[in-house]
Design a protein around this ligand. Structure first.
Ligand SMILES: Nc1ncnc2c1ncn2[C@@H]1O[C@H](COP(=O)(O)OP(=O)(O)OP(=O)(O)O)[C@@H](O)[C@H]1O
Ligand SMILES: [Mg+2]
Length: 246
């Protein structure tokens, strides 16, 4: 609305371990970008707006994940299903929105999904040994290849928070969601959550280093709004490049 850059769409992805502050930062980022007159929308995975077959796929995969623990769905099946779901989201929500100049924000995307599922596969005993775990991750990574059509408009940021802070925020929230402990049992214990999410954080850090993602820190001494300001600057820079400026 306010300038030419508002016409360039951008797919802003926040990756990061559970509880690192992605949702908190995404909310601030959306506020900040909207205040600059830009069109912003979230990727709607839980409740896709369209009623077409792709939205049906997105919903069906959501149900598969909800019921996977009870019905024994294998992790490799979940990885394939998640990749298909994300691909459908790219087709049905992200690409059309980018073409209309909307900034789409995803609070976690493929990296967090494969990294989390890979850790779960080991904890559940579906994969054993370091070599097999590495092979499994490599396989997962290929399931959702980057799309050339949107690559220049895709900006991934890793949000990192210290394990102690993630664990404390989880406890403050009443330990809402379980993770697998080392023996493959689900647990709500904060220490188990802390260790599980730390392993996830380390995997994602490796991925960020490989892929050259921007890393934004978040911790108890700084508000999520500060992270949003840093990301907002990166968004503005990328939009400028897309516009053909510096
Ligand atoms: N800088 C911060 N200061 C205080 N509390 C914070 C800060 N960042 C996040 N929190 C709180 O920590 C909790 C986890 O944050 P949030 O839900 O944003 O994480 P997330 O990365 O989206 O997690 P998930 O992967 O589980 O969706 C929330 O209750 C949030 O309000
Ligand atoms: Mg979140």
């Amino acid at each position: 609305m306010s300038g030419d850059t508002s016409r360039a769409g951008l797919f802003v992805v926040l990756e990061g371990a559970d509880g690192s502050g992605k949702s908190a930062i995404a909310a601030e980022l959306a506020r900040l970008l909207e205040a600059e007159g830009r069109k912003v929308a979230p990727v709607l995975r839980d409740d896709p707006p369209a009623a077409d077959s792709r939205a049906g796929l997105v919903r069906a995969v959501g149900r598969l994940f909800d019921e996977a623990k009870a019905d024994g769905t294998r992790i490799s099946t979940l990885s394939l299903a998640a990749a298909a779901q994300y691909s459908a989201l790219l087709d049905s929500q992200v690409e059309p929105a980018l073409d209309k100049g909307v900034i789409m924000i995803a609070e976690s995307w493929w990296a967090k999904t494969w990294a989390r599922l890979a850790i779960e596969a080991v904890r559940r005993g579906e994969i054993s040994g370091v070599a097999a775990a590495t092979r499994f991750q490599e396989w997962q990574r290929t399931l959702l290849p980057g799309r050339e059509a949107i690559a220049p408009r895709h900006l991934t940021i890793l949000v990192e928070a210290p394990q102690a802070d993630r664990q404390a925020w989880y406890e403050q929230a009443g330990c809402p969601s379980p993770v697998y402990d080392l023996s493959g049992r689900t647990s709500y214990a904060p220490e188990v959550y802390g260790r599980f999410t730390q392993e996830l954080a380390e995997t994602l850090h490796g991925q960020a280093a490989r892929a050259g993602w921007m890393i934004v820190g978040n911790d108890a001494s700084r508000s999520p709004a500060r992270g949003a300001v840093e990301i907002g600057e990166a968004v503005r820079k990328r939009l400028c490049v897309l516009k053909g400026g510096r």
